[in-house]
Design a protein around this ligand. Structure first.
Ligand SMILES: [Zn+2]
Length: 263
């Protein structure tokens, strides 16, 4: 599943490629919707932004096209619209025969047109952007103080912090030396500051890695170089203390951690 770094890599690439382009026509292949198609036609793409894992194409005339990639979706441009992949769920005709394609083998990705007010509501419903300036150690401390949830679930709650998923929550806790089951409100101020630095570092490295690797359409992981210390490494030695990485279940999902380094 694309996490925040992958979605951010897609955003940066698209923002360079399609800002200023005009939508000549829209085609919703999966669920044809003539009304939506005609509302998209003729609008100019002003910029591509992101909120949590939502890609937001800000359009002329006061509308925002929201795309959520869900499990298998990808959004990219192709030079020749006629060469769309078979798994295209929606596509926009741009200038010079180019197309913006929502390619999604499992067809779970979502696409909807929001008014500016609806986009503001979406913004208000999501937690802090962990890569934005508004996210500070102080903010993290305030959020943690108000939550008895285990640290890992606390980090993944999108109403508190937006866009931190299973992989990077586990990696941030490892870097901060915090046990995933430790209640958030019992973390000392010092440990909160370590956790803050770990979150920012992990996302920074992950975004760089994904941006470098995002060379071709439809590939999220080819060539990514983010060093996973614990995620998916059950039974393997911890890179720091050599104890075996353990896996536990939290809210139905796997959590990986080092019993030696994380308390
Ligand atoms: Zn360890």
């Amino acid at each position: 599943m694309p996490e925040l770094p992958e979605v951010e890599a897609v955003r940066r690439k698209l923002n360079r490629e399609i800002t200023g382009a005009v939508i000549a026509a829209a085609h919703l292949v999966r669920r044809p919707d003539r009304k939506l198609e005609s509302r998209l036609r003729g609008r100019r793409i002003e910029s591509v932004t992101r909120r949590g894992k939502n890609l937001l194409l800000e359009l002329s005339g006061g509308a925002v096209l929201r795309v959520h990639l869900e499990m298998t979706g990808n959004l990219y441009t192709i030079a020749d619209a006629r060469r769309r992949p078979a798994t295209t769920r929606a596509w926009l005709e741009l200038d010079g025969g180019r197309a913006l394609v929502l390619d999604d083998p499992r067809a779970l990705g979502r696409l909807e047109l929001l008014s500016v007010e609806q986009a503001e509501q979406l913004d208000a419903s999501l937690g802090f952007e962990p890569v934005a300036r508004e996210f500070t150690p102080q903010r993290l401390a305030e959020l943690a103080r108000a939550s008895r949830a285990p640290a890992k679930l606390f980090l993944m709650d999108q109403k508190r912090i937006s866009g931190l998923g299973n992989i990077y929550a586990a990696e941030a806790l490892f870097r901060a030396g915090i046990h995933p089951a430790k209640p958030a409100n019992r973390l000392s101020r010092q440990r909160i500051e370590r956790l803050y630095r770990a979150i920012v570092e992990v996302l920074d490295v992950a975004i760089q890695s994904t941006c470098n690797a995002y060379s071709g359409p439809g590939r999220f992981d080819a060539g990514e170089t983010f060093p996973l210390a614990v995620y998916g490494r059950e039974g393997m030695p911890c890179p720091r203390c050599r104890q075996r990485i353990r896996r536990i279940r939290q809210a139905g999902r796997s959590t990986y951690f080092c019993p030696g380094c994380q308390r």
